[in-house]
Design a protein around this ligand. Structure first.
Ligand code: HEC
Length: 153
């Protein structure tokens, strides 16, 4: 008459541990292929990652948008329009008056040059009129530059 209905605590712990703790099994990629045709290439992981970076950069660009427009042919504000700035020679946007420091710097805005400029504008171009826009975080700079590079048309 002494049979206990209680499950020993260790057994109970094992039962609970088994609940919902399994990682989901990876889903196999299905590649549709017509007979005699090569399989369509599966999307690579790099494409969505690059899109995410551009989206993050677009959001981060909000701090620049107070002074810079980005639409093609858009009017410059306090700073020059930045549409197509990646690959552009410094200080060449018609209709914007650059500081002598900027227009005389001889920079062409490669991604590396933009990284250095945004990390510390007045260290890269001493005497620049760009009084704000320093971006301390390298990832954030990379995202903003990816966004600017995506603005080609
Ligand atoms: C307070 C206003 C202001 C903010 C904010 C600002 N900028 Fe600027 N930016 C300027 C001005 C003014 C210039 C022109 C500087 C000069 O002539 O020395 C400039 C120049 C530039 C240039 C050189 C463009 C060319 O045509 O050669 C780039 C690139 C640039 N800014 C990127 C950025 C980015 C990216 C951000 C945001 C992270 C930003 N700026 C934030 C005012 C601003």
């Amino acid at each position: 008459m002494h049979r206990s209905a209680a499950i020993p605590a260790t057994a109970l712990a094992l039962i609970l541990a088994g609940c919902g703790s399994k990682a989901e099994a990876p889903v196999e990629q299905i590649v549709v292929r017509q007979p005699g045709q090569p399989a369509a290439s599966a999307p690579t992981a790099a494409a969505p990652a690059a899109g995410d970076l551009v989206a993050a950069g677009k959001a981060a660009f909000a701090v620049c948008a107070a002074c810079h427009s980005v639409e093609p042919g858009g009017a410059s504000g306090i700073g020059p329009n930045l549409h197509g700035v990646v690959g552009r020679a410094v200080g060449t946007l018609a209709g914007f008056t650059y500081s002598k420091a900027m227009s005389g710097s001889g920079i062409t805005w490669s991604e590396a040059e933009l990284q250095a400029f945004l990390a510390n504008p007045s260290a890269k171009v001493p005497g620049t009129a760009m009084a704000a826009g320093q971006v301390a975080d390298a990832q954030r700079r990379a995202a903003i530059i990816a966004y600017l590079a995506s603005l080609k048309h």
